[in-house]
Ligand binder design. Structure first.
Ligand code: SF4
Length: 304
C-alpha cells in the first residue's frame, strides 16, 4: 500500500477531513494551545512560537546503549534531518535540570522478569496505596518502536495494561495506520508500550514531580532493555520524564529529539486527542515524522 493511500485510509478512519492536514513539513512551532497529555489542567498555558527544528539529547547517567541505530553514532545533540523535513539546527532548551535519582542502582542489572517483579512490589511512593495493580508494559521486548505514555487510568489500573479503553483504541488505530501493532508480530511491527508512572494517580489527577521521579528508573530500565530505534512520547508527563522539558507539546512536536541517542518524537496523548479531535491531524503529522525517522534508523541498523 502506498504512503498516500495509507494516509487517506488513516484520515478516513480517524474522521479527519483531508483539508485539515497541513501540507508540507509539520506545523511544529506553537501549534495549538495544549499540553497534549492525558491529564489536562484547565488552565494549561498557551505555547509560545519557537524557531524551527531543533534536536535535544538528554544526558542521562543511566546506561541505555542503542542497538546499532544511527542515533548511537550521531552522539549528543547531533541533528536529525528526516527526509522532507527541515534540518535540526540547534539544541532545544531543557528547562529543568535532572534531579537526584532515587536509590535504584540495582535496577540496571535486572532482566525483564526481575524488573516486572520489582515494579509489582514497589512502594516507593504513595500511589502504591490506591492501586489495584501496577501497570508494567506490554509488547515486543526488542521492539523497534517504543511508545511511552503518562500514567494508568481507571481501565489500565483494572486490567494491568497500558492504553486500554477508548484512548487505547485510538492508539491502536494510529499504530495500524503506519503498519504497527501491539499484537504479536516481529519487532519491526510490534511496538512496546509503557507508561511513565506504573500506578494510577487517584482520580486521574496529575502526578507529582516526586512521584514521577520515584517511578522514572523503571521506565529507564525498560528503555535500556528494549533498546528501541525510535521512541514516541505521548503527552506532557512522558515528555517531562524523557526530555526534562516542561514546554507544551505544541512547542516540542514536529522535530526529532533524542533520548540517550535514540530518536524521540513528541506527540499528543490519545486521551487528549479524544477531547480535541481537530488535533488528530497534527498527531498524524507527528506519526509521519516518526515513521520517516524510524525508517531511516532501520535502514542504517543491522538486520534484526
Ligand atoms: Fe512505585 Fe512507581 Fe507505583 Fe510509585 S508509581 S509506587 S514509584 S511503581
Amino acid at each position: 500500500m502506498s504512503w498516500d493511500e495509507r494516509q487517506r485510509r488513516m484520515l478516513a478512519e480517524l474522521g479527519i477531513p483531508p483539508w485539515l492536514v497541513p501540507a508540507g513539513p509539520p506545523a511544529a512551532a506553537g501549534a495549538g494551545a495544549e499540553d497534549g497529555g492525558e491529564h489536562l489542567p484547565p488552565d494549561a498555558p498557551d505555547p509560545v512560537p519557537v524557531a524551527a527544528s531543533a534536536v535535544a539529547d538528554r544526558a542521562d547517567p543511566v546506561a541505555a546503549v542503542p542497538r546499532g541505530a544511527p542515533a548511537a553514532a550521531a552522539g549528543a545533540g547531533a541533528p536529525v534531518a528526516a527526509p522532507g523535513r527541515p534540518a535540526a539546527v540547534a539544541p532545544a532548551p531543557l528547562d529543568a535540570a535532572p534531579g537526584p535519582r532515587p536509590g535504584r542502582g540495582g535496577l540496571a542489572a535486572l532482566d525483564w522478569p526481575a524488573l516486572r517483579a520489582e515494579v509489582a512490589a514497589c512502594t516507593a511512593c504513595g500511589l502504591c496505596q490506591g492501586r489495584t495493580q501496577t501497570v508494567f508494559g506490554v509488547g515486543h521486548p526488542q521492539a523497534h518502536w517504543m511508545i511511552v505514555g503518562e500514567a494508568p487510568g481507571e481501565q489500565e489500573d483494572r486490567q494491568g495494561e497500558p492504553f486500554v479503553g477508548r484512548s487505547g483504541q485510538l492508539l491502536d488505530s494510529l499504530l495500524q495506520s503506519i503498519g504497527l501493532t501491539r499484537a504479536e508480530a516481529p519487532p519491526q511491527r510490534q511496538v512496546y508500550i509503557a507508561n511513565t508512572l506504573k500506578c494510577r494517580p487517584p482520580g486521574n489527577r496529575n502526578p507529582t514531580p516526586e512521584e514521577l521521579l520515584q517511578c522514572e528508573p523503571f521506565l529507564v530500565r525498560q528503555i535500556a532493555l528494549v533498546q528501541p530505534r525510535l521512541i514516541l512520547a505521548m503527552g506532557r508527563f512522558a515528555v517531562q520524564a524523557l526530555l526534562r522539558s516542561s514546554e507544551p507539546i505544541g512547542r516540542l512536536r514536529g522535530r526529532v529529539h533524542r533520548y540517550q541517542g535514540v530518536p524521540l518524537v513528541v506527540t499528543y496523548h490519545p486521551a487528549y486527542l479524544l477531547r480535541n479531535p481537530l488535533d488528530k491531524a497534527r498527531a498524524w503529522d507527528d506519526l509521519c515524522l516518526a515513521a520517516e525517522t524510524a525508517a531511516a534508523s532501520d535502514a542504517a541498523a543491522p538486520a534484526n
